[in-house]
Design a protein around this ligand. Structure first.
Ligand code: GLA
Ligand code: GLA
Length: 675
């Protein structure tokens, strides 16, 4: 899909989109005028309308009411505010689920998910699809000549609630998907290792979604079901997008992905990124010490999913959400700082959920741009400041994030396969990935995040952290890459199985063994609160590889020392580096502590003499356009101010104080330099 970015109706190209979800249907009309006044005051230039408005747009089957929506679209247009128009299909109205209860999803036990919340529909239901696509078509026909509509927003957070459905519709869809993947039952039985526990399938109709059963459910079935579930929603997305593209070829189409820490059971965003006209993401901050680093990582991942094209932050929050066990609020300056983290990583649009905080309903205590307290509030004031900041930053629109010296491979297949269990429950794919991403940040570098099937050969260094599933194509590419001079870094838990989750035998990690020159005989889980000490003073936790053999030309960076609880590990190599062709291949067989991981990255991978970085050094991210470079600098410390020299013109700064020729950056501080 060719990249296309929403255009504003006055044809100006130099604006960062700024706004949020707007739900005027929840408010009497007299509030709308106040909304618009306050949006204008904050310099809002786009809002998302209609996400959950199906019941108001089609109050009865086949009766469509656009009057109310037209009225607000017109008011917004007159006020110079564009619309990201949702297709309104995210939640079916009650009349529809009442008439067609067969569209309601089922859980693993075959129990029905009832209406009363949201998104209660089966991704594979033909009945649902017929109704939803009819609505999509009506929306497209109705708004096709409306200049206010800058983008289409398909459904909402596809997969947020209804990704896994175990109904008979899902069973039929799963069989069809498997037929396309495997062609015949013999191949399927081989992929699923049918002889194991007598699971051989002799008729396609015997296949069911992985409904609840006794322990040890087939991991390849589970993995395929996750792939299938992601693909079904993508298929659904494409069905809506096809209608929109036909009716309104000039309006780009998107949907909001959910790349963030708490995203569970996700869709394969790297695959989806190839089908969106422009990529959008929803991100909710982690209210703990990981906040900034996790946000940088998620935003860098979205940039990778967008293949470095500008992307849209479709939702984030001004302060606390309502859905964590304890909802901690944002600190002063963090609305702006967080928004600029996304902008630094390629977002040309900053939006919030939601414009006006609800008075009632399940999200009434979720923060908003205009809180319950109203116009005279710290939040609204900071939103107005953000509006000004984004206007000052308009020069950067269309620039691209500078390529990093290192690409880190992120892989949904590996994540999904790991969710099916391992030797230790202490292992969590995203947490391990974050650990290594953070080690790179601590070394002073923002890494690019790339899908394993995308191009990573043009980076100086490529890291495969815990990338469990690797096919022969990727392992061949890795070999060529290192041969040609690349630096390959592989960690424990990577390259173990093929795409059917069949282990490469003969010693782990089969997909990379010959390049790395290491042979792992067994994994050794390390218990909670235990560590192993290494010969160079480092330590490891959670997982240690029993590396029983290394190639003669392998340099050992660290051995396990003689105090390890697991006696067989004592004295064995655990971190290695091997010259290979014109490049080198490095292996880390344990989860190094945060500090040691940063040392390893800085010294051994990047070849620096000292650790530059750490969380008291500024974090710098650059966006480039032609010969112009815009540098975003963040203070990573949550408690201490840092000082940086004034290097170029300050385009914008927040939570900073000028002191002679230096800038004092408070916690939450951010500076943007321009040429
Ligand atoms: C039981 C079963 C075996 C096997 C082992 C694994 O003993 O009888 O089939 O599953 O558990 O520990
Ligand atoms: C998601 C949804 C929104 C809202 C927010 C609350 O991102 O898309 O409708 O529920 O969560 O955080």
């Amino acid at each position: 899909m060719a990249y296309r970015w929403p255009k504003f109706f006055d044809n100006r190209k130099d604006r960062i989109w700024f706004g949020g979800d707007y739900n005027p249907e929840q408010w009497p009309e007299h509030v709308w005028d106040e909304d618009i006044r306050l949006m204008q005051k904050a310099k809002v230039n786009i809002v998302t309308l209609g996400v959950f408005a199906w019941a108001l747009i089609e109050p009865e089957e086949g009766i469509f009411c656009f009057d109310w929506l037209d009225k607000i679209v017109d008011k917004l247009y007159q006020a110079g505010i564009a619309v990201d128009m949702a297709t309104a299909t995210a939640t079916p109205p009650r009349w529809l689920t009442d008439k067609h209860p067969e569209i309601l999803p089922q859980n693993e036990r075959g129990e029905l998910i009832w209406p009363g919340g949201r998104q209660q529909w089966r991704p594979t239901s033909k009945v649902f699809r017929d109704y939803a696509l009819r609505l999509t078509k009506k929306m497209a026909e109705h708004y096709k000549n409306n200049p206010a509509v800058a983008a289409w927003h398909v459904s909402n957070e596809l997969g947020c609630h209804n990704i896994f459905d175990y109904s008979d519709d899902a069973a039929a869809g799963f069989r069809k998907w498997l037929k396309e993947r495997y062609g015949n039952l013999e191949t399927l039985n081989r992929a699923w290792n049918g002889p194991f526990w007598s699971q051989i399938v002799t008729d396609w109709n015997q296949i069911i979604p992985p409904r609840e059963c006794y322990a040890g459910i087939n991991p390849t079935t589970l993995l395929d079901f996750k792939r299938f579930s992601s693909d079904m929603l993508l298929d659904y997305y494409r069905a809506e997008a096809d209608i929109l593209h036909t009716q309104t070829p000039n309006i780009p189409v998107t949907t909001n992905l959910m790349v963030m820490e708490n995203q569970v059971n996700p869709v394969d965003c790297f695959k989806w990124g190839g089908y969106l006209d422009f990529v959008s993401n929803d991100h909710y901050y982690l209210p703990d010490e990981r906040q900034l680093d996790e946000m940088i990582m998620s935003a860098a991942m979205v940039s990778g999913i967008a293949r470095k094209n500008p992307w849209c932050l479709m939702e984030n929050s001004t302060s606390s959400v309502n859905w964590r066990p304890v909802n901690l609020r944002k600190q002063p300056g963090e609305i702006i700082r967080d928004a600029l983290v996304h902008v630094a990583n390629g977002a040309d649009a900053v939006n919030f959920f939601q414009w006006r905080q609800s008075e009632a309903g399940a999200e009434k205590f979720h923060s908003a741009m205009l809180p319950h307290a109203g116009e005279k509030s710290k939040i609204y004031k900071e939103i107005c400041e953000l509006g000004n900041a984004l206007e000052k930053l308009k020069k950067i629109v269309g620039s691209r994030v500078e390529q990093s010296e290192i690409a880190v491979i992120y892989d949904y297949d590996s994540w999904w396969a790991y969710e099916n269990g391992l030797l230790t429950k202490l292992f969590d794919y995203r947490a391990e990935f974050f650990h290594w991403y953070r080690a790179i940040l601590d070394a002073g570098v923002t890494a690019d995040i790339v899908g394993k099937n995308d191009c990573w050969e043009n980076y100086k260094t490529v890291m495969f952290p815990v990338t469990y599933l690797v096919d022969s194509d990727v392992s061949k590419r890795a070999e060529r890459y290192v041969n040609g001079g690349g630096c390959l870094v592989v960690t424990y838990g990577a390259g173990i199985s093929d795409p059917c989750d069949h282990v490469y035998t003969g010693g782990y990690p089969g997909a990379f063994r010959d390049i790395l020159g290491v042979r792992v005989e067994e994994f050794s889980a390390i218990d909670k609160d235990h560590t192993i000490s290494l010969s160079n003073g480092w330590s490891g936790s959670i997982w240690a590889d029993d590396i029983s053999e290394i190639a003669g030309d392998c340099e050992v960076i660290a051995y396990v020392d003689d105090t390890a609880d697991d006696r067989a590990l004592r004295g064995q190599p655990i971190v290695t580096s091997r010259p290979y062709g014109a490049g080198k291949a490095m292996y880390v067989g344990t989860k190094l502590s945060r500090k040691d991981a940063a040392q390893f990255i800085s010294k051994n991978v990047f070849g620096r003499t000292a650790l530059c970085g750490g969380d008291e050094s500024p974090m710098r991210i650059r966006r480039i356009q032609g010969d112009k470079s815009y540098e975003f600098v963040f203070n990573r410390s949550r408690s201490k101010a840092i000082e940086i020299p004034v290097e170029q013109t300050i385009l914008y700064g927040s939570n900073i104080v000028m002191k002679d020729k230096t800038i004092v950056m408070e916690p939450s501080g951010v500076v943007v330099f321009a040429p």
